[in-house]
Design a protein around this ligand. Structure first.
Ligand SMILES: Cc1cc2nc3c(=O)[nH]c(=O)nc-3n(C[C@H](O)[C@H](O)[C@H](O)COP(=O)(O)OP(=O)(O)OC[C@H]3O[C@@H](n4cnc5c(N)ncnc54)[C@H](O)[C@@H]3O)c2cc1C
Length: 412
């Protein structure tokens, strides 16, 4: 009999799994249940929907590469509300039930909205997650000349630049002493901060929103905890994400921050799997449990889950707790492994110029590379990632790691 595969969530992890299963199992029935109204798309390009540079079909996942496989039935607008992993049945918000042989939870994450800030449910308050969010923000921004962004993480910086491109004034309110605090210590961020200032972003650090002030048209200001009020007609919240675990709650599937996945991406009940932002996996550098929010990680884990679901046992290599390679205000940077060193017992080497910043972090004994941060010049970052991930012995290459003279020959 054909295997019935159900996948909850049609994004990076879910679609990578679906396509992998199809390659390995030519006859099984693969159905993807997605609560979004749009067919799967490349989420990192959502800011382009906000700027208007791209339309939804331009960022669809049906283009090229690993996402092209036939006979995958994607049901949009379908919210899975519960699972009975013993009877092997999913229930959706409309009351419809779906039987399965194997199920993958690839439900991702959603923006975290702090309860301490009152009024975040007011018209004009957004978080940039979906194409629907981007379209709604674009609509509201037509009558807005100033937006306040709460949070200084990478997603809010992307939203900020999309809004600046639309010639809208942007103020970033950051509780931490500096932007990107999840990815680096405040002292590390000076080059990025300079670039953000140059780009015209107004940044207020060390303060938080207390509440959103509204009038008949929704948001009209943000009141800060230092007594200041910033007039604005739009707010964007980017204060991290939380895994979407609601649909498995109350079942025997173990949830611990996210859905717990074993080294083979399986959950605690037979024939259930988890991948992507929703899954708790392990960090190969530290061995600790971790949840991450990166497209590449979600795809890798989705492929691995797809192989396991198709009956090909495959160990997931884990995700580095911090691994981000991107560009902010034209400043490229990579952060990986342990990069927060302030007050920690680690051996740290910093090399900075007017245009580049490199921080190399070893364990306290100086015997293992545990983290690296490059800003301005990210050449050779891949080799550092390899040494961190694979826990490579460094006795012969340590001085090259510090002086940045490492080359591929050192690994031969
Ligand atoms: C604006 C933006 C820019 C980004 N830029 C980058 C970048 O440059 N580089 C990078 O690596 N990462 C980036 N990311 C992060 C990256 O997009 C995520 O890590 C990745 O999308 C995670 O994939 P996923 O499949 O695990 O989950 P998601 O992409 O979150 O998808 C999960 C899907 O499941 C659906 N779902 C949830 N619950 C249910 C349910 N009960 N029933 C049915 N469906 C459900 C969700 O609505 C969603 O469609 C960005 C994210 C955003 C929002």
């Amino acid at each position: 009999m054909e295997t019935r595969y159900l996948i909850v969530g049609g994004s990076a992890a879910g679609m990578a799994a679906a396509h992998t299963i199809r390659k390995k199992d030519k006859t099984g029935a693969i159905t993807v249940l997605s609560d979004e109204d749009t067919l799967p798309y490349f989420r990192p390009m959502v800011p382009y929907i906000l700027t208007g540079k791209k339309q939804v079909p331009d960022i669809a996942l049906s283009g090229t590469g690993i996402f092209v496989q036939p006979r995958i039935d994607v049901r949009t607008g379908t919210i899975v509300t519960s699972v009975d992993p013993v009877a092997k049945i999913l229930t959706t918000a409309s009351g419809k039930t779906w039987s399965y042989d194997k199920v993958l939870f690839a439900t991702g994450s959603r923006p975290y909205l702090p309860e301490t800030v009152k009024g975040l449910d007011s018209p004009g308050v957004f978080s940039l997650k979906t194409v629907a969010d981007a379209a709604a923000m674009a609509q509201r921004s037509r009558n807005t000349d100033h937006v306040v962004l709460l949070g200084g993480g990478i997603l809010n910086l992307k939203a900020a630049f999309a809004l600046l491109e639309k010639k809208i004034k942007v103020t970033l309110v950051v509780h931490s002493p500096e932007v990107l605090s999840q990815l680096m210590d405040p002292e590390d961020a000076f080059l990025i901060r300079k670039a953000l200032d140059r780009a015209g972003l107004k940044i207020m650090t060390g303060c938080s929103a207390d509440h959103v002030v509204t009038d008949a048209d929704g948001v009209c200001a943000v009141a800060l905890d230092n007594g200041t009020q910033i007039p604005c007609r739009m707010v964007c919240v980017g204060k991290g994400v939380i895994p979407n675990t609601e649909c498995v709650r109350g079942s025997a599937i173990t949830v611990d921050k996210g859905i717990l996945a074993d080294p083979f991406t399986a959950c605690s009940v037979k024939d259930t799997f988890a991948a992507g932002d929703v899954a708790v996996t392990h960090d190969p550098a530290t061995g600790e449990k971790t949840v991450t929010a990166l497209w590449t990680n979600a795809v890798d884990m989705g492929i691995c889950a797809g192989l396991n679901m198709a009956g090909i046992p495959t160990r997931y290599t884990g995700t580095l707790g911090i691994m981000n390679a991107t560009q902010v205000a034209k400043e490229p940077f990579v952060a990986m492994g342990r990069v927060h060193t302030k007050g920690r017992d680690l051996e740290t080497h910093i090399d900075k110029t007017d245009t580049t910043y490199r921080k190399i972090v070893f364990n306290k004994e100086g015997t293992r590379l545990v983290g690296a941060l490059f800003i301005g010049d990210i050449t050779h970052a891949g080799m550092y990632r390899y040494v961190i991930r694979e826990k490579k012995p460094i006795d012969r290459i340590k001085s090259h790691l510090i002086r940045h003279t490492l080359h591929y020959g050192h690994f031969m």
